[in-house]
Design a protein around this ligand. Structure first.
Ligand code: ADP
Length: 167
């Protein structure tokens, strides 16, 4: 099932939450900062051992003080106008997280709107990619949450769900 919710992803009791990290994996602003602040300093220590992560890839850590069981850290593309492979990279982020979640036994997973904050990916186009990939995996999970941080993001996801015939 695909569920569009408005929430702080750090509050979610799911098997896996996805972090929109940067390639250093050493913390940042936005959702990354919120996850590090809520998970506690042990998360940074765990991330230091991972040696960074390239765009479109994913690395996993425990979730420490968070209610989730694991964190899948993925690095989305920075929007550069759309001709720099951004779509392929963002698709890969969602796919690799969903694949890793399955490999780790997750049945519930929550995604933030990867790349749509500081990285500037147009929100509707990003939601289309997110939902297209997620829809291909929806039957392999109990719930896949699109965790929006604002009412306007919820509205965008719901519109895209309708336009893709998913609602
Ligand atoms: P990026 O660098 O990939 O663009 P950001 O963290 O700047 O990442 O933004 C990604 C999305 O995460 C944005 O839609 C932002 O509103 C949202 N966001 C920020 N904080 C949280 C949070 N605590 N829970 C869920 N989503 C969040």
């Amino acid at each position: 099932m695909i569920e569009i919710i408005k929430a702080d992803i750090t509050d979610l009791h799911v098997d896996a939450i996805v972090n929109a990290a940067n390639s250093s994996l050493l913390g940042g602003g936005g959702v990354d900062g919120a996850i590090h602040a809520a998970a506690g300093p042990a998360l940074l220590e765990a991330c230091r051992l991972l040696g960074g992560c390239s765009e479109g890839n994913v690395k996993m850590t425990a979730a420490f003080n968070l209610p989730a069981k694991m964190i899948l850290h993925t690095v989305g593309p920075r929007w550069q106008g759309g001709q720099a492979g951004e779509k392929k990279i963002l698709t890969s982020c969602y796919e690799k997280c969903l694949q890793m979640g399955l490999a780790e036994g997750a049945t519930t997973i929550a995604f933030p709107a990867i790349s749509t904050g500081v990285y500037g990916y147009p929100k509707r186009q990003a939601a289309e990619i997110a939902l297209q990939v997620i829809s291909r995996y929806q039957h392999r999970y109990k719930s896949i949450f699109c965790c929006c941080y604002s009412d306007s993001d919820v509205w965008i996801y719901k519109k895209v769900m309708e336009s893709l015939g998913l609602s």
